[in-house]
Design a binder for this molecule. Structure first.
Ligand code: PGA
Length: 245
């Protein structure tokens, strides 16, 4: 089965460093690539997405829900589209935690992104505290239900759900396959209740959290997920390529 690999550079790499990365990465991409690759660069480097191998989708890490206007420091969907961005990460736990993004705000962003023809990676996941208090299912349910208010079933083909347990992000602690499968089942049940069996079956779900070329081997064998969202390990082109291959 073809997989989706999404790199999230977060607030790393200057424009020059991204150019260096792209030169290196393009040389390493397998000729017979069948998987989907997307690299989510910092805003300041998106203009260099045009140098990426044409099989790689250019991604962004956030955007504003409004079309344009007096929102100092923000980036609109049009600005992203104009730079050939094809996908945007929304609802990342770092946005939720450090920038107070609510499910309601994420919902508005998703609607705007879809209206502009951008694919969306909707990140969901529980904190350690929520996990220890056995709230994981409830958290996933409300994050998905609230983020998808007013989104139509036929739009779900443009939405990838990333299960990213907060306790696994950047900590070196990778979720176990059993935990991932349980979370995926919860996510599919929510989609089934909101939409249909068919929507649930077709929903693309990926995993993210401390993946490396070592830890990803086992995780990617799990047929319940169709790919990975990779932060730290994607910053090294060799390491990212090793995960893909
Ligand atoms: P990580 O980040 O791979 O560095 O844990 C993943 C993410 O935040 O998407």
């Amino acid at each position: 089965m073809n997989k989706i690999f999404i790199a999230n550079f977060k607030m790393n790499k200057t424009n020059d460093e991204v150019l260096e990365y792209i030169n290196e990465f393009n040389k390493l991409i397998p000729k017979n690539l069948s998987d989907e690759i997307c690299i989510c660069l910092p805003f300041t480097a998106l203009c260099n997405g045009k140098f990426l191998d044409e099989r790689v989708v250019l991604g962004a890490q956030n955007m504003h829900e409004q079309e344009f206007g007096a929102f100092t420091g923000e980036i609109s969907a049009d600005m992203l589209k104009n730079l050939n961005v094809g996908l945007v990460i929304l609802g990342h736990s770092e946005r939720r935690n450090y920038f107070n993004e609510s499910n309601e705000k994420i919902n508005k962003k998703i609607k705007t992104a879809l209206r502009h023809g951008l694919k969306v990676v909707l990140c969901v996941g529980e904190t350690k505290f929520q996990r220890n208090s056995k709230k994981t299912n409830q958290v996933l349910k409300s994050q998905i239900e609230e983020a998808l208010v007013g989104i139509y079933e036929n739009e779900l083909s443009s939405v990838i759900i990333a299960y990213e347990p907060v306790w696994a992000i950047g900590t070196g602690e990778v979720a176990k396959n059993g935990d991932i499968s349980t979370a995926v089942k919860v996510i599919r049940d929510v989609i089934s209740n909101l939409y249909s069996e068919n929507a649930s079956k077709n929903q693309k779900i990926i995993y993210g959290g401390s993946l490396t070329s070592e830890t990803s081997k086992n995780i990617l064998k799990n047929d319940d997920i169709c790919g990975a969202l990779i932060g730290g390990a994607s910053l090294n082109p060799n390491e990212f390529i090793k995960i893909i291959s």
